[in-house]
Every structure is written in structure tokens, then in C-alpha cells.
Ligand binder design. Structure first.
Ligand SMILES: [Zn+2]
Length: 303
């Protein structure tokens, strides 16, 4: 059960839009603070579904229930509500919270089929005598500009309707941007990296935690499914690297059918002790990296 316990009633249908708030709270009013504060104060004074702060997101109410967040019946009943926290605190912290709130809004828009526009993405002050969202309005230069910014960023995080998934394949080295990869260290001591293609800025991603799952490139955050541990091996005079996905221990990047028979897809597989999982990692003069399949000599590509 949520911490607000369905206090404002069951909606019984999907939200039709999202209200975005600024909490007018201090630097200390983070998610942990609201987790303690909400159950010890009358909810009639107001609460939102989600509180986005520097320490994470507090989901105070389940999506299927209403929230008393904007002092107007239609808004309270029919909209999802997000508080951007610490709005009286440090500017950089607030801006990061705002960005994370817009990511959450994008996730909810995708989930509920909400198209972000001026009637679905709402500011508290549109329906009530308040300056909320005060800090966002101050930063973005007024109400209309703030709405525009919110809608733009939500669309960006939704991929603007595009499906932000691209196949991961092996291809002949053509020097193209879709095979020039950037290794971003998550933990360089342990050899763990995120691997981003230059053409799209998408991350190499394991689609599921099971053998034979697809591997692709994605333009949205999938956590440890986008973290790869480089395991360097030496066999006689040959050196090669295996890539184990952090979210799927024991499963390694593999080339389907070793690239034979017209196959060029990348998959996850248990350690096969064969060439399908052996790669050379080669740094190029522009600081980008090629992942070269040892057997075929082809490069991992986002295409
Ligand atoms: Zn508000």
C-alpha cells in the first residue's frame, strides 16, 4: 500500500495528463524527508503522487488513485502529479531534480498513452492562485516558456514518438559513426563501462536477463542492462576480450551463428568457450573505440 493510502479516492482510469509542481521546500526537503513528513501531517493539506529529489523519487501514491495536489477537482481527479523538490535550495540540485521529474513524466506519458501538449502538461498556477512552479518559471522565463520547455523535454525523453531502439549487429569496418563507440567508465577498476555509439548516442543494452536475449542499442536509461564488464583473456599468444552484462552475470555478448550464413545480430549467451564471444577492443585515433569480432573481423554497430 502507498504511504498516502488512497486518501483522495480511486480514479479507476488512466490519468489524462500531468501537473508539475515545485514544492517550495528547502535543500533538506528531499524524498526521505517527505517519506517521514507525509504520514505525520494531514493529507488534506496537499500531496502529490511523486516527489523527485536529489536522493531519488518518493512514490507517495499509486497511479490508480487521485491526489490532492492542485486545489481543483478536475486536476486532482484526472491528472498524475509530480513535485520537483528542493525548489528553495541550490540551483544545480533543483535543475537536476527538474530534469529527473521530466524523465518521470515521459515515462508516465508512454505508460498511459498521453501525448505531451499544452492541455496535458500543466502548471499548478494555471488552475489555482499560486506561484507554483515558482522556481521553474523563474529559470525558464515565464509560464508559457516553462510549459514549452517541459513539453519539449518530455518529448525528448519519450524519443518524440520514435522507437529509441536500434539493432546491435556486426558490420564490415567502414569507419562509420554507428560503429565508433565511446566507453564511459562506470567502475574503471573493475573494467565496467557503458558503451555509446557516436551516430545516435545510444547505449549497448541487453534486452533481458536470459540466454539468447537480444542485445541492442537504446536511447533511454536501462540501468545495469547497459553496463558491460570487460574480461580480458589470453590464450597462447592471442589476447581477446569477453563482455559480460552487469545485470546478467554469466551471460556474455555473442555473435549469432558466429556471423555465418548472413547472420549479424548480437545476443547474450552463457560462456560458449568459442569465437562467438571473443572480441578485440581497439582504440581509434579520435578516442573512439571499435569492438571487433575476432572471428569475422567485423565491428559491433548500432545499425
Ligand atoms: Zn503546486
Amino acid at each position: 500500500m502507498s504511504i498516502c493510502n488512497g486518501a483522495a479516492g480511486f480514479r479507476g482510469r488512466n490519468p489524462k495528463g500531468i501537473f508539475i509542481h515545485n514544492d517550495a521546500g528547502s535543500q533538506n526537503a528531499d524524498a526521505a524527508f517527505y517519506r517521514n513528513w507525509l504520514p505525520t501531517h494531514p493529507l488534506e493539506n496537499g500531496f502529490a503522487h511523486a516527489y523527485v529529489a536529489s536522493d531519488g523519487i518518493l512514490y507517495a501514491e499509486d497511479d490508480a488513485y487521485c491526489a490532492w495536489h492542485c486545489g481543483q477537482t478536475d486536476g486532482n481527479t484526472n491528472y498524475y502529479s509530480i513535485e520537483i523538490c528542493q525548489s528553495m535550495g541550490d540551483l544545480e540540485v533543483f535543475k537536476q531534480n527538474e530534469e529527473n521529474a521530466l524523465k518521470l513524466a515521459a515515462q508516465k506519458c508512454r505508460q498511459y498513452g498521453i501525448e505531451p501538449n499544452t492541455s496535458t502538461i500543466r502548471l499548478h498556477k494555471e488552475v489555482y492562485g499560486t506561484s507554483c512552479p515558482h522556481r521553474s518559471v523563474e529559470i525558464h522565463g515565464g509560464d508559457a516558456a516553462t510549459k514549452r520547455h517541459f513539453i519539449e523535454r518530455i518529448k525528448y525523453y519519450m524519443g518524440d514518438g520514435r522507437n529509441q531502439i536500434i539493432n546491435a549487429t556486426i558490420r564490415e569496418n567502414s569507419g562509420a559513426d554507428f560503429m565508433r563507440l565511446k566507453f564511459e567508465a562506470v567502475d574503471s577498476e573493475d573494467g565496467i563501462y557503458r558503451i555509446r555509439d557516436k551516430a545516435n548516442g545510444y547505449l549497448l543494452t541487453a534486452a533481458a536477463n536470459k540466454a539468447d536475449a537480444n542485445v541492442d542499442f537504446r536511447g533511454f536509461d536501462c540501468g545495469e542492462y547497459q553496463e558491460w564488464k570487460l574480461i580480458n583473456k589470453i590464450y597462447k599468444n592471442a589476447r581477446y576480450t569477453m563482455l559480460e552484462c552487469v545485470a546478467t552475470p554469466g551471460l556474455y555478448l555473442s555473435v549469432e551463428s558466429n556471423g555465418n550464413g548472413g547472420k549479424n545480430n548480437l545476443k547474450l549467451y552463457t560462456d560458449l568457450h568459442n569465437m562467438k564471444q571473443k572480441f578485440y577492443i581497439r582504440e581509434e585515433s579520435d578516442g573512439r573505440t571499435l569492438i571487433i569480432h575476432a572471428f569475422s573481423g567485423k565491428c559491433v554497430s548500432a545499425k
